[in-house]
Design a protein around this ligand. Structure first.
Ligand code: SIN
Length: 280
């Protein structure tokens, strides 16, 4: 496999043959590259939904994807689709987040395959939460280590959010009360495969921190954590081409799909792989 790094921090373009034909050893190599570079882009792929499901299952069992109605023929595939006629509607994934971090066992990897891409815009950004952790001073790392984060989909998929999602005519996002459930994960986690420390924070789903008495300080810290973990120096930005497959590690990154292509169609197929419970 030919690997080209995209930044000094995270991201690599990996030239590899058809994903349908990878040997066991090649798959292990690809998985290790995804963990090391945190997001990898594989250009020139062509996967049917079933082939994408098969490939994704080789990385691990499918994750549950609540709130988003999957493709009718392929329940493990989400069509991330904004029609040209959807105009300025809010796009799926259009805020900094780590996929479904509100789950007990959030997804390890997401696989996203580009099928229809606007002539400009619709890029995706990823930020490295391992780099964000490494950039903290030792004292700051020690201060944050005892804290836990309360993750919830309350401000993304509870019923009050339904109007936000209803502008996507070809995606059926169904908000419900289960979005108010909460899950507590350590703020500093240890990546299950690399052993690296991660500042496991994202503003979309973290709504509280446990272990801090002062409410004002806590709110300040949460604002700062968002700004720090999404700082440009920890990011990579990808301009999609049809046929690209991105594989990213949700245990070490956040991402944000830009919504700057009103009047054009954008379609990608998404599968997610179940991860493990994050540990401190
Ligand atoms: C997502 O958040 O899964 C969607 C990312 C994208 O559409 O680029």
């Amino acid at each position: 496999m030919h690997v080209e790094r995209l930044t000094g921090v995270l991201g690599a373009r990996v030239h590899v043959g058809p994903l349908q034909e990878l040997s066991v050893d090649e798959l292990a190599e690809l998985r290790a590259l995804a963990c090391e570079h945190e997001v990898i882009i594989l250009p020139g792929q062509s996967l049917t939904p079933l082939e994408q499901v098969d490939f994704s299952r080789r990385l691990g069992p499918a994750a549950d994807s609540p709130f988003i109605e999957p493709s009718p023929d392929h329940p493990e595939v989400i069509k991330v689709l904004k029609e040209a006629s959807d105009g300025n509607a809010f796009n799926f994934g259009g805020a900094w987040h780590s996929d479904f971090s509100f789950q007990t066992t959030p997804p390890s990897f997401t696989v996203l395959h580009a099928l229809d891409i606007p002539p400009y815009g619709g890029d995706t950004l990823w930020s490295s939460m391992t780099a964000a952790y490494r950039a903290l001073s030792p004292q700051h790392q020690e201060q944050l280590a005892p804290l836990s984060a309360v993750h919830t989909a309350r401000d993304a998929y509870s019923p009050k959010m339904q109007p936000l999602h209803s502008g996507l005519s070809s995606m059926n996002i169904v908000c419900d009360e289960s979005a108010n459930n909460t899950e507590i994960h350590p703020l500093i986690t240890t990546h299950a495969e690399t052993g690296k420390k991660v500042l496991f924070y994202n503003r979309a789903y973290v709504r509280d921190l446990l272990g801090m008495a002062d409410e004002i300080e806590k709110l300040r810290l949460m604002d700062w954590l968002h700004l720090h973990t999404t700082d440009a120096k920890f990011t990579v930005r990808h301009k999609w081409s049809v046929g690209d497959v991105a594989i990213w590690d949700n245990r070490s990154t956040q991402h944000n799909a830009l919504n700057d292509y009103a009047g054009f169609r954008r379609e990608l197929h998404r599968t997610t792989v179940r991860g493990e419970r994050p540990v401190a």
